[in-house]
Design a protein around this ligand. Sequence first.
Ligand code: ADP
Length: 298
Amino acid sequence: MSIIVNQISKTYGDQKALDNVSFSIDKGEVVGFLGPNGAGKSTMMKILTTYLKASEGNGKVNDHDLNANPLEVQKSIGYLPEHNPLYLDMYVREYLEFNNSVYKTDKERIDEVIDLTGLRPECHKKINQLSKGYRQRVGLANALLHDPKVLILDEPTTGLDPNQLMDIRQLIKNVGKEKTILLSTHIMQEVEAICDRVIIINKGHIVADKSLKELKENQEQVIEVEFDYRVEEEALKNLSKVKEVKNIHDFLYEITFSVEKDMRSEVFDFAHDNGLKILKLNQKNASLEGLFQELTKE
Ligand code: ADP
């Protein structure tokens, strides 16, 4: 196991930010740590990097105990904090050289991480001349300098424009081929795009821990449809992947499909083939986003 979290709780004053959290992450997994703002994601990540100490419980990173061996933990982790703290006045290479001297790794590693993160065209610039996307690349390059086995990325794409976001996601995917990654986000699509597994946290509690494959297989979709005439429920049940049909009232039906694909066009075709008109068509819980909302609602 790359990461083991064992019954960790954290209180700030009288506020419990994490309540008895446990999970483990296998070597090579890319795991999305998903939750609304204030759920406890950053707190958990800071505890894993030993920046904060847990109030109760313990954990391990690469077999190093968080409480007993914080230095060894830090050596095996690359961390990109939420507010990527960069020295804006430094040149990209200068910044990486500065941090490299702290880690005491050899100089060739600087060119390796510059190439790995696609920084080569911008590496002669000062950090304050870079776009937010390139600044994140510098943060990632920095996190990779000591070639850690585990990467902890706190909201790595927040504040990026759509192009930068795609680039950084791709970069994380590439890096993830070689590393174990825990990345926090409040965007479900991000998890779908990058991760093998998702751990959902809400108010300091883990509310789901599933592989993406499992989530997609178990996905349900509800379509609310109103026709201009009565339909036999049995006829609607003959549509593919239907799990349940309910007649809500009059000509309004709720059809539950056990499939991820958008089934509205099938319902539309059904109406057309049966000479019916659709007065209303509404899709609910159509995506993993729906599941996230359901698990984290107030
Ligand atoms: P997330 O990263 O999911 O947005 P955080 O871990 O930052 O959540 O915060 C979890 C909870 O702990 C929030 O209610 C937040 O207000 C609180 N919190 C975080 N850091 C501190 C702190 N230094 N002092 C007091 N409360 C904090």
